[in-house]
Design a binder for this molecule. Sequence first.
Ligand code: NDP
Length: 510
Amino acid sequence: MPDVTSESTKLRPWTGDRAPASWGLGDGQAIPWEYAPAPESREIVRLKERYGLFIDGREVQASDGAVFPTVNPATEDKLADVARATPADVDRAIRAAGRAQKRRWGSLPGRERAKYLFRIARLLQERSREFAVLETMDSGKPIKESRDVDVPLAAAHFWYYAGWADKLEYAFPGRVARPLGVAAQVIPWNFPLLMLSWKIAPALAAGNTVVLKPASTTPLSALLFADVCRQADLPPGVVNIVPGPAQIGMHLVSSPSVQKVAFTGSTEVGKLIHKATAGTDKAITLELGGKAANIVFEDAALDQAVEGIVNGIYFNQGEVCCAGSRLLAQESIVEPLVEKLKDRLATMRVGDPLDKNTDVGAINSRQQLEKITELVEAGVAEGADIYQPPCDLPDRGWFFRPTLFTNVAQSHRIAKEEIFGPVLSVLTFRTPDEAIEKANNTPYGLSAGVWTEKGSRILAMVRRLKAGVVWANTFNRFDPTSPFGGYKESGFGREGGMHGLHAYVRLEDR
Ligand code: NDP
């Protein structure tokens, strides 16, 4: 069995029998051409040695003084110490949020709430480079993604929901939309700032206040956001941020003083939260895992499909809940498609996330790298054929090569389980019915992709795919106006668009 651990795949020489097309032309000799390093400067970020909690508009230390380190996954160096909230700190944050909601924010006219949200959106744009660099340092994602996707989309969510704050009567015609109260929000590490904005922007627009727990490996952009709240003069207590371990997340969502729970993360933890809130009248939305099928028909534009497949699974190192991790290729085109994919993979640059040329950055944590490695080893052991392009991995940090499996059976773990890494499993189908059956053969139901020239086929497929989002001839497109969420074990409730507002209001008759 080939050794697929990240350590052993470092500095592997080119062993393919032909060079990828992009390696330049030569008479039988491939000349790999390299991009010069283009590192983004870290200067714009002023890292503090120690960050506090953000409660009632102030930065405070944890009541027991405890801290935990947050590290750069690309270097394994410590970035800062962060206060680790205690249950008492969480209770204090919830009380502050309750006071702010009742006394101020909940009764503020929508147009006034909108002004704060617009201000936050503008500040995020003004400080976008700082946010992008910090997010990349703390999460390991490539700077071109945090710069071009995460931060602009986060700002766009605040712009969008600012627009709704004074128009709730139009969002819910004939009804009166009341805020729910205090929202407990727990977010993951794959899109730290973006998930924060998906949760905080609609909550605030509808008159709720929030207590948010960021993931322990990526607390820094949430704490920088606390600074934006201060800059925007947001009334104290409207937004509270309490980094801390998993138990703190459970304490937060279980509190009888929160009226709404919003969680994004693993299905396993989603189930625990669902159980903990069962029997209460808390509103709850869960956005959990996925194992999306990206379906390519023989009439699809293959070169475009290749770009969509690559974007679908290697974007953010594949650490994406809606990643297109299962490629379903029609049997007649699977060979040329896989060849094109292999060529494309060989051009991907893996390495320093702060380098503007990097396509695949660092895996967020050692634990996540171990999970990816274990599943890839299982894929090899179960008999699938592995392909990894030759590329040098940095000596330090947690990296994994873009990986492609062919000869995959539906029963293989790599075809069933969420890997949350840069690993694509290729399966085949003959007919549209077979494609639907295989695509829906998963406990998840978050997203899917369809590649074909025929509009009628797209519509027919979309109706039968059990996925909250289906992209046609594209993948991983996000827009604040568009609802996002899952079926089955991918969770329930929608974020984004008017649907996202609905999750934060109680509708009453006029
Ligand atoms: P988790 O679901 O454990 O973490 C997500 C968030 O929930 C983090 O803030 C985490 O805090 C918090 N949390 C963890 N346990 C609890 C709990 N019992 N009660 C309340 N909050 C809790 O994801 P992992 O980081 O462990 O990743 C494991 C797998 O989950 C990944 O490999 C991937 O498959 C999937 N995942 C899916 C995501 C998605 O977007 N749908 C996002 C992240 C992961 P803390 O960080 O302190 O542990």
